[in-house]
Design a protein around this ligand. Structure first.
Ligand SMILES: NC(=O)c1ccc[n+]([C@@H]2O[C@H](COP(=O)([O-])OP(=O)(O)OC[C@H]3O[C@@H](n4cnc5c(N)ncnc54)[C@H](OP(=O)(O)O)[C@@H]3O)[C@@H](O)[C@H]2O)c1
Length: 324
């Protein structure tokens, strides 16, 4: 059996197993597509919950089934939960997709809380119940931490993102009441060529006008997208890990150091800082997300034996730009 209880066994790794049934919500997104590929490559059966009936035109896989849901209320899709081993939630409206007006903030919060509540409700009716629920969160949970390392035991911050992450994790933790192991993946800045933060850094660097945002002294808690997928696979299979887990690379960098690495990888200078006040004028409160940071360290991933594919930023960026 996939999740057999044997106390003296070392933590098991997912890739020793195949054919596990995993429900994946938000699997059409930037992180979700990489995780989906990883889970299918590992031989698992994935039920993808999407608000779109046909999210991937032209892509078929024997082990992938797409089921429509609305991301907020129970429906036919909950039947898929019978016999599911794991549930992963990566749903939510894009945090950096627009200025944080009151309406936008409401959408950012509600899209995460409602999707999480709907998944937990579906778990309640499942026979048998899934063993594990991995729900996305973010290192924004900690708010701005100007100095020192930030492990999972660090306190919650006080800004909008910290509050959003706190509410989101609380909603996910409700699945614990059902006997489900819950992991809240506090994800850092995810790096891949196709989008995310890097998608915004690349154009100015290409045009020889790249440089750090703001003072450059704020922490930049990065992680390669393959390691996010690998870490989530690890968290699904490792029954000893629960609660909040930082998904960030072991090498901690400041914004300036990251931009220096990016410049080297792109063979471009990193010289032109974008002043904080200009970003605040352009982006409003959203600018705070890039002008502040926290040196989040992957303490629980390290303790549980996760082996990073890209522990150093120069390796991660070299891999990313090898395909550019
Ligand atoms: N990317 C990062 O650097 C990063 C860092 C920290 C945390 N995170 C968190 O990790 C999760 C995944 O990130 P991502 O970058 O992959 O996000 P993404 O590309 O924006 O994808 C999120 C997915 O959520 C679904 N979605 C979008 N709007 C929704 C709404 N209003 N209600 C319900 N579902 C909605 C979409 O799937 P369908 O259209 O198929 O339903 C979409 O593919 C997000 O919650 C994000 O906040 C990301």
């Amino acid at each position: 059996m996939f999740f057999a209880e044997k106390t003296l066994e070392p933590p098991r790794s997912l890739w020793q197993f195949s054919g596990v049934k995993i429900i994946l919500a938000g699997g059409t997104g930037f992180i979700g597509r990489a995780l989906l590929r990883r889970l299918l490559d590992d031989g698992h059966d994935v039920v993808l919950l999407s608000r779109s009936a046909h999210p991937f035109t032209g892509f078929h896989h024997d082990r992938l089934r797409t089921v429509a849901w609305d991301g907020q209320s129970p429906g036919e899709w909950t039947r898929q939960f019978d016999g599911a081993d794991a549930v992963v939630n990566l749903s939510g409206a894009g945090i950096a997709d627009g200025r944080w007006s009151a309406g936008r903030k409401r959408l950012l919060v509600e899209s995460r809380l409602k999707s999480t509540h709907a998944l937990v409700t579906a778990m309640l009716g499942a026979r048998p119940k899934p063993q594990v629920f991995v729900c996305a969160s973010a290192v924004g949970y900690y708010g701005d931490v100007p100095s020192g390392e930030v492990a999972e035991s660090a306190p919650q911050g006080r800004d909008f993102l910290a509050d959003l992450c706190g509410q989101w994790e609380k909603a996910a933790m409700e699945a614990q009441e059902l006997g489900v192991r819950v992991v809240c993946a506090r994800i850092g800045v995810v790096l891949a060529l196709e989008g995310g933060a890097l998608g915004k850094f690349i154009p100015p660097f290409k045009a020889f006008i790249g440089g750090p945002l703001g003072s450059g002294r704020q922490a930049f808690p990065w992680i390669h997208r393959d390691d996010v997928a690998g870490a989530i696979a690890h968290l699904i299979s490792n029954k000893h890990v629960r609660g909040p887990v930082n998904l960030t690379a072991p090498e901690t960098l400041t914004m300036r150091q990251f931009c220096d690495e990016l410049g080297r990888a792109m063979r471009r200078p990193s010289w032109l800082p974008v002043p904080g006040f200009a970003l605040r004028l352009l982006l409003g409160e959203l600018a705070g997300m890039v002008l502040t940071g926290q040196r989040a360290v992957p303490a629980k991933l390290a303790q549980s034996g996760y082996a990073f594919k890209y522990p150093h930023a120069n390796q991660a960026l070299a891999e990313i730009f090898a395909h550019a």
